[in-house]
Design a protein around this ligand. Sequence first.
Ligand SMILES: C[S@@+](CC[C@H](N)C(=O)[O-])C[C@H]1O[C@@H](n2cnc3c(N)ncnc32)[C@H](O)[C@@H]1O
Length: 504
Amino acid sequence: MDTLASYDELPYDSLPLPETQPDVLAALAKLHGFDAPDPCRARILELGCAQGGNLIPLAWRWPESDCVGVELSRVQAQAGADFVQRLGLANVRILHADLAALPADLGTFDYILAHGVFSWVPPAVQGALLDVCRRHLSPKGLAYVSFNVAAGWRGLQPLRAALVERTAAELPAPERYRQALAVLDDLQAEWRDPLLLKEIAYLKTAAPSYLFHEYLADTHTPLSFAEFAAALDAHGLRYVGEAGPRRARVALEDAWGLIPESMSGRWQDAEIALDDAFATRFRRAMIARDDAPCAQPPRPDVMSGLAFHADLACHEEIDLDDGVEQHFVSPAGNHFPVVSPALKAALMLLSMRYPAALDYARLVDATRALLAEHGPADFDPARFDEPAFREALFDLTMLHGVIPTVWPGRFADEPGELPRAHDLARAQARAAGWIVSGARHVAVDLDFAGRLLLGALDGSRDLDELAAWMRAQLAENGLALPLEQIAELTRQQLWLYARQGLLV
Ligand SMILES: C[S@@+](CC[C@H](N)C(=O)[O-])C[C@H]1O[C@@H](n2cnc3c(N)ncnc32)[C@H](O)[C@@H]1O
């Protein structure tokens, strides 16, 4: 009950979570030799969905899907249900319910998502969550369950212990959060451990709900991969693979004719070793029923059946000659060093087309053509080393520099004469407490003016009219700027919306 009250008092920021997208899960599962159902027509269940910031954009994206969200906090469930009603979406329901006592007639689902729930609920609810997966997954369905990993949390436990000890559990959540911030200041002065100091610095800028629910929640049980795999086993489930970025490959030989079933034990040993080596803190596990076909470690030869998208920038002129390492940077600031000219060319092409995805064959053709025009002088398109390209693209895909998908998507790539945002984006922009979600399920960070403009894009005004309207609106809010400056900012903002796939 305390946990529930805290979620009512300090709701979790309900964001789109890119790794939970069923099209991405289906693509990653395919790399593991596991064929999951078509996400566009899938039944999707989200457990602990907060107000639906992750689920509702998926339902809106795929009108032929059928989505159900389950949330124990009445405040959050009601906010989600109200928003769905406002959008007039018929294919999504947010239920105020306990995942441990679901209505019996929910049926089966092709995708079951539970992000940020498993490690933060008591053991009985953890068991119930896995029971729901076993009972409600369709025969080839995929579940996504994220959890905190003991290998990486071991070093952070003193911080959690100090925050729990030095704050008053009986305070309302927002007040206890303020108390925790003061404790962080004290700990910063007292402690010397670089890992803990880095975490303290991060927590001081993180969302209040993150600090509260990660460090002050009553229940927080990081698990080893072995414990998690044993829990899956006990509930008739099996690990398929990781939905989050991977820093190393698990490569097991299969040349000896080993069937995947007999691999699974050794594969799990490899996962445990990776967690220890990298001090893994968080896993996003893809899971299937134990009577579904067994998955195997991911393999590059499946890449040809997938499409890819990437949103990367290189802050220098891209050099397509051999041997020059250059960094490609994601909007979140992650750096991906790339040497291969073919991979650099592919990243240029994908980032130009973002948020659209290119299928593998078209990506290879376009990469070859770009290298023929701008690559090394001795480049011979007839001798393009496709296997080496595939391996390099595979490695970057495992790191999530490039995202694999089974849903190419179609998006307006420019604002047009009379810019119009799609209904979901306009509704999100206008509603306090809702985050605007980009076409690839990323949170689009917009300030007051950005939300105002997006919410007003109904296709009735051209750029000049929009600039004049924005000028009047901003002046009303005490911000007076010259019309030319507003027109330029409006133009830039419209292109940003187009890049995020928010326009029609
Ligand atoms: C840390 S939040 C994560 C929210 C969201 N999935 C995300 O990642 O942004 C955990 C959510 O699970 C919900 N929850 C906890 N126990 C639950 C239960 N037994 N049944 C349904 N929801 C539950 C909480 O109310 C809270 O909204």
